[in-house]
Ligand binder design. Structure first.
Ligand SMILES: *[C@@H]1O[C@H](CO)[C@@H](O)[C@H](O)[C@H]1NC(C)=O
Ligand SMILES: *[C@@H]1O[C@H](CO)[C@@H](O)[C@H](O)[C@H]1NC(C)=O
Length: 441
C-alpha cells in the first residue's frame, strides 16, 4: 500500500496515482474549450473550475490566471503555468495533493463541487500540452549511439570523437510536434539508392520510430547567460514520451554536413500528460559514471546528476483480418529504461545554453533514442533491424518489419513503479498513414 491514498479510486496499476498528478490540456463534448487539468484515477480535475470553487489558492498562486490564459493556439496551454517557476509548481502540487488525499473532505464531500471540478477521462479529448517555442533533440543514449555508430563506422569508431565530451543535439522543428492520437503521414523526399549517381524523389521507404523522453523547460536563463547545472534541474517542469519519427532513407542522403532535416521535421508525437519533476523525484537514479570527466559546467555534485527509473516500452499495433472483420494485434518491439541514458536532462539543458542561447518556457528538449542492452533493448527499428537488413518478427501478428508499413500504429508507454502505486505517462500513440498521392503534391 502506498503511504498516501486518494478518495478518488486509483487501481494499483493505474498511471494516475495521487503521487503522480500530471498536468494536461483537455476538452469535452459539452465544453469544447481546451482547459488545464490534472489526472487522477479515471478522472481529470479541472483547475480553473477548482479555482472558481475556491479550492485552489495559495500565497504564491493567489488568483493566478495561468489556468485560463488563452494562447496563440486558442485555448489555454500549460505555458503560463510553466513560466511561473518552481516555487509556484511546488505550492500547486502541495494544494492538489492535500485536496485529493483520502482524509480531506473539501471536494470529496461536496457533490456540487465534484460535479463542476471532476471530468471522466473517457469523456475528454486531450490536446497538445504547450505551445512549444523551440524543440531540440539530443543523442544522449550511449547504447544507441554506439550501436548506430558501429553499424556505419565499425566498432573502433562507434562514437564520434566529441560524443563523450558533450551531449550532442540538433535544433528540431517545433511546428511539427503533434499530440498522441494524431495520425502522421509517410513523407516524400529525396532518396539515393546504394550505388546510384542521382537521387529519386519518392515517398520514404524506411519510416522508423524513435523512443525518447522529452522535457519541458520553465524559467531558465536570460539571453547571453548560460544556465548553470545546479539551476538546470529546477528549470525542468516535467516529462513526456516522445516519438521522433524518422525517415532513414531521406536521412542517409541529406544529413551530411548539417545533420537531419526533412527526415525528421515532418512529425514528432508526444504524450499529452506532463509528469512533473516532483512526481518523478522518488525515482531518481544516479547517472552512469562519466569518463572522461566532463568540463566544469557539465559537472556537479553526484546527487545533482540523475536520470529516472522509468520503464519504457513500444508496441507496434497492426490490424489483422479475422472472421467477421479486422482485429488490432499488438507486438512488443522495445523494452528499455530511461536511466540507461549517459547524459542527464540537466546536462542537456546546461549544455544547450553554454553559448548564451536563450531557453524559453515551454521549450521542449528530448533525449534522443533510448536503447539498452538485452533483448528488445533497441529504441528504434534502425537498430533492431540493423538498418533494415534483419527483419524484426512480430510473433503475435505473424508478420515482420524491416521498417514501418502504412496503417501501423506505434504505441509508447512508460511508468515508474512505486510501492503499491505507479507514476505513469499513459500513451504516446500514432498511426502511420500512406504518403500523399502524387496528384496532391
Ligand atoms: C524558436 O522560437 C522562436 C519563437 O517562437 C522563433 O522566433 C525562432 O525562430 C525559433 N528558433 C528555432 C531555431 O527554431
Ligand atoms: C548519435 O551519435 C552516434 C555516435 O557518435 C552517431 O553515429 C549517430 O549518427 C548520432 N545520431 C544522430 C541522429 O545524429
Amino acid at each position: 500500500m502506498p503511504e498516501r491514498t486518494s478518495w478518488v479510486p486509483v487501481a494499483p496499476d493505474c498511471d494516475w496515482s495521487l503521487q503522480n498528478l500530471p498536468y494536461g490540456i483537455f476538452s469535452t463534448k459539452e465544453d469544447s474549450n481546451p482547459r488545464v487539468g490534472v489526472a487522477i484515477g479515471d478522472s481529470i480535475v479541472d483547475l480553473a473550475a477548482l479555482q472558481d470553487a475556491g479550492l485552489l489558492s495559495g500565497q504564491l498562486l493567489g488568483g493566478a490566471t495561468c489556468f485560463r490564459q488563452a494562447s496563440a493556439r486558442g485555448g489555454p496551454t500549460l505555458n503560463a503555468f510553466m513560466q511561473l517557476g518552481l516555487p509556484v509548481w511546488e505550492e500547486t502540487r502541495g494544494i492538489l495533493t492535500r485536496l485529493l488525499a483520502s482524509e480531506e473532505g473539501a471536494l470529496r464531500d461536496s457533490s456540487a463541487k465534484r460535479r463542476s471540478c471532476l471530468v471522466a477521462q473517457r469523456d475528454a479529448t486531450m490536446h497538445i500540452p504547450a505551445q512549444i517555442p523551440n524543440y531540440t533533440d539530443f543523442n544522449a543514449s550511449r547504447e544507441h549511439a554506439s550501436a548506430v555508430g558501429t553499424m556505419f563506422r565499425g566498432p573502433e569508431n562507434a562514437l564520434q570523437p566529441n560524443w563523450l565530451h558533450l551531449p550532442i543535439g540538433y535544433h528540431g522543428r517545433a511546428s511539427s510536434i503533434v499530440c498522441s492520437g494524431t495520425p502522421v503521414r509517410r513523407p516524400w523526399g529525396q532518396v539515393r539508392a546504394p550505388g546510384a549517381d542521382t537521387p529519386l524523389w519518392q515517398p520514404s521507404a524506411a519510416v522508423d520510430f524513435e523512443l525518447e523522453m522529452g522535457f519541458f523547460i520553465g524559467p531558465a536563463n536570460v539571453f547571453g547567460a548560460p544556465l548553470s547545472l545546479e539551476k538546470a534541474n529546477d528549470a525542468i517542469f516535467g516529462y513526456v514520451l516522445v516519438n521522433d519519427w524518422s525517415a532513414r532513407d531521406l536521412q542517409a542522403w541529406e544529413y551530411v554536413p548539417l545533420g537531419p532535416f526533412t527526415s525528421k521535421n515532418w512529425a514528432t508525437s508526444i504524450s499529452p500528460w506532463v509528469v512533473s519533476s516532483a512526481a518523478l523525484a522518488p525515482f531518481r537514479v544516479a547517472a552512469p559514471h562519466q569518463s572522461p570527466m566532463p568540463p566544469a559546467y557539465l559537472r556537479s555534485s553526484p546527487e545533482e546528476l540523475y536520470n529516472y527509473g522509468i520503464e519504457l516500452e513500444v508496441d507496434i499495433v497492426t490490424s489483422r483480418q479475422v472472421a467477421g472483420g479486422e482485429r488490432a494485434v499488438a507486438d512488443a518491439v522495445t523494452r528499455t529504461r530511461m536511466d540507461t541514458l549517459y547524459w542527464t536532462p540537466a546536462q542537456m539543458a546546461a549544455h544547450h545554453t553554454v553559448s548564451g542561447c536563450l531557453l524559453l518556457p515551454g521549450d521542449l528538449l528530448a533525449s534522443g533514442t533510448i536503447s539498452s542492452e538485452g533483448p528488445l533493448g533497441a529504441g528504434c527499428l534502425l537498430e533492431a533491424t540493423r538498418n533494415g537488413k534483419q527483419r524484426l518478427p512480430l510473433p503475435n501478428t505473424g508478420a515482420s518489419r524491416a521498417w514501418l508499413e502504412d496503417g501501423d500504429t506505434v504505441v509508447m508507454r512508460g511508468h515508474c513503479q512505486g510501492d503499491g502505486y505507479r507514476v505513469g505517462f499513459g500513451e504516446c500513440r500514432a498511426k502511420l498513414l500512406p504518403a500523399l498521392d502524387i496528384a496532391c503534391l
